[in-house]
Structure formats: structure tokens, C-alpha cells
Ligand binder design. Structure first.
Ligand SMILES: CC(C)(COP(=O)(O)OP(=O)(O)OC[C@H]1O[C@@H](n2cnc3c(N)ncnc32)[C@H](O)[C@@H]1OP(=O)(O)O)[C@@H](O)C(=O)NCCC(=O)NCCS
Length: 200
């Protein structure tokens, strides 16, 4: 369990399926524009199967699937995926929370906790977050934590029924040796103005 104040991350459990189902099905309009879809099959909502698949990736050390907790309640998910060791030593983070607790800084805190864990406990070198250009709220999350903008991946992930461009943001360990969460809490994150390409 990783915590800061009221905010926590813990590994997802199969028995979280009912809660996740309630949160996801109860917030379709909020989540749909940003949700990964399968290009070869319609969207399914078998949350037990989804959690089992995540736990298999945990077993093989390919992923760390967390739920995000706020005041002890599940309010979303944060998944650390594509974990690679060795000469790449990197991973990709994805997340969502429910609208009832949006705007409280829960996601940046959760992302900072996860990044510090991946750098300091797992020993990775680079963490990446990919975001659709239209997702201003998510871009604010990475801006608050000072992730660098690295470019555009064209047609990168199948989201909400089509292949979507994504902006790539990242940090490497040497940029945040004193901790991502510390740097944010101590207001030491450099002010970043992102310059995105005009046609994306
Ligand atoms: C993107 C998301 C994870 C941000 O989480 P969060 O915990 O609200 O993050 P923050 O509190 O730092 O807020 C980030 C921005 O969201 C926006 N925001 C704040 N309150 C909001 C609300 N009630 N409704 C919508 N957006 C809101 C603001 O632009 C805020 O930036 P600001 O603090 O500079 O004003 C959340 O909006 C979400 O889950 N959205 C749907 C799924 C999604 O987009 N996942 C990410 C895919 S890359």
C-alpha cells in the first residue's frame, strides 16, 4: 500500500470487481472518451475477467495494477503497464477517477506515489504517460508533476472506437532524484509551457 494523507494505492483484488463495475457503469459519459477499446471486438464489461487479466500481468511482472483509494474508498484505477527491465527499464502509467472527487489533486498524488515507487523500489529509469490531445484535465495532471512533453504517437491506441493520436510525456529518474511527490508538495516543479504541434 502506497499512501499520502487521504490518498492511497493498493494492488487490485478480484473482489473489487463489484465496486469497479458500479463506478465504471455509473460514469459512462465521463469515462468513454478516454477508454481503451478493442479494434476487433465490441466493448465488454466483464470486470472479474479484466481484473484476472491484470493480476496475471502482475504475476509475470509486466504490470502493477492499482486501485486508487480516497479516504479508504475506491475512487478509480491506476495501472502501471508495459514494465520493461534491463537496458530500457521503463513503464507506462494510465489512470481514471470518478467525477465526484475530480479536481482534488487525487490523481497527481497517486501518479507521484506510483512514479516514486517505480523509480526507487522497482529501479526503473523512465516512466511514460500517453494522453489524447483533447484531454485537458489529464494534461494538467502531468503538467503539475513536471513531466516533459516528448512528441506525438500517431494513431497510437484504440480509444472510444478508433485509433487515436497521443501526446507522450515522460520523466527519467535522474530528473527527479529527490522524489516526484516531494518535488510537487514542496512546489519545486519547474513551470512548463507545453508547445504542441498545431495539426494534432
Ligand atoms: C484526468 C483525471 C484523471 C484527472 O484527475 P484529478 O484527480 O481530477 O486531477 P486534478 O485534481 O489534478 O485535476 C486536473 C484537472 O482536471 C480539471 N478538473 C477539475 N475539476 C474537475 C471536474 N469537476 N470535472 C472535470 N474536470 C475537472 C481541471 O482542469 C484540473 O486542473 P486544475 O487543477 O489546474 O484546475 C480525471 O479527470 C479523469 O479520471 N477523467 C476521466 C478519465 C481520464 O481522462 N483518464 C486519463 C486518460 S489519459
Amino acid at each position: 500500500m502506497l499512501t499520502h494523507g487521504d490518498i492511497g494505492l493498493r494492488i487490485i483484488r478480484t473482489k473489487d470487481a463489484k465496486t469497479i463495475e458500479r463506478l465504471v457503469l455509473g460514469n459512462r459519459e465521463w469515462l468513454r472518451p478516454w477508454e481503451a477499446t478493442n479494434p476487433h471486438a465490441p466493448m465488454t464489461f466483464d470486470f472479474r475477467a479484466q481484473i484476472r487479466s491484470l493480476l496475471r500481468q502482475l504475476e509475470t511482472s509486466d504490470a502493477l495494477p492499482f486501485v486508487i483509494l480516497y479516504q479508504g474508498e475506491i475512487v478509480g484505477q491506476l495501472n502501471v503497464a508495459n514494465i520493461l527491465h534491463g537496458s530500457v527499464s521503463s513503464c507506462v502509467i494510465g489512470y481514471w477517477i470518478v467525477p465526484e472527487v475530480a479536481g482534488l489533486g487525487i490523481t497527481p498524488t497517486a501518479v507521484a506515489l506510483a512514479m516514486d515507487y517505480m523509480f526507487n523500489a522497482v529501479g526503473l529509469h523512465r516512466v511514460e504517460i500517453d494522453i489524447r490531445p483533447e484531454n485537458g484535465a489529464s494534461i494538467r495532471v502531468v503538467q503539475k508533476l513536471g513531466l516533459r512533453y516528448e512528441g506525438v504517437k500517431k494513431n497510437y491506441i484504440h480509444i472510444n472506437g478508433d485509433w487515436r493520436d497521443h501526446y507522450v510525456f515522460a520523466l527519467t529518474f535522474d530528473e527527479v532524484k529527490d522524489g516526484v511527490l516531494n518535488r510537487w508538495l514542496q512546489k519545486k516543479v519547474p513551470k512548463i509551457s507545453y508547445h504542441f504541434p498545431k495539426n494534432s
